[in-house]
Write a new protein. Sequence first.
Lengths: 115, 112
Amino acid sequence: DSGVTQTPKHLITATGQRVTLRCSPRSGDLSVYWYQQSLDQGLQFLIQYYNGEERAKGNILERFSAQQFPDLHSELNLSSLELGDSALYFCASSVIAGGAYNEQFFGPGTRLTVL
Amino acid sequence: GDSVTQMEGPVTLSEEAFLTINCTYTATGYPSLFWYVQYPGEGLQLLLKATKADDKGSNKGFEATYRKETTSFHLEKGSVQVSDSAVYFCALFKTGANNLFFGTGTRLTVIP
């Protein structure tokens, strides 16, 4: 158990809908990362937050957004869902952002299926 | 840009066989290198790491050596077990960056 929790575990929805994925980082970790794992794109970095502020963006679509709240949990919002958004979404956390070495601890993931 | 190239899978081995999963990277500077493992139905777990050239990371019988001259970080294990069946990801992290770059993953199946 990494200490990172994600809810829900599974999510099934229809095209055009909007969903919210939730992540609670390990106790003491200030940085949260979101990754998408799909069959065709592999494991891709989406976005990072550090202590409530957006720190870096990766291959995140404009239909997707995220935020980190004062209690450090984070939510990833996916809207106007398409079939191709079906994937496993991972959250990871680390103590700091950047630096010389940054060990990230991953949650169990949320499996999103868009029908 | 920075990238990680992993050996294509899937890989199927008999129990007690020798395992090698190749990983090469492209990056400027001196990245840290990692192997993560994903067991069925679970998230990624850090398996081992190396933060500078010639470092050897090791854990649970797995080893990988950071070779700057060949830009490689191949994963090896002398005798695999059925419980090692999982997907293995090679990844790099650059100082000052904000995220890990992952390879495509290699699925390993170990049969009794």
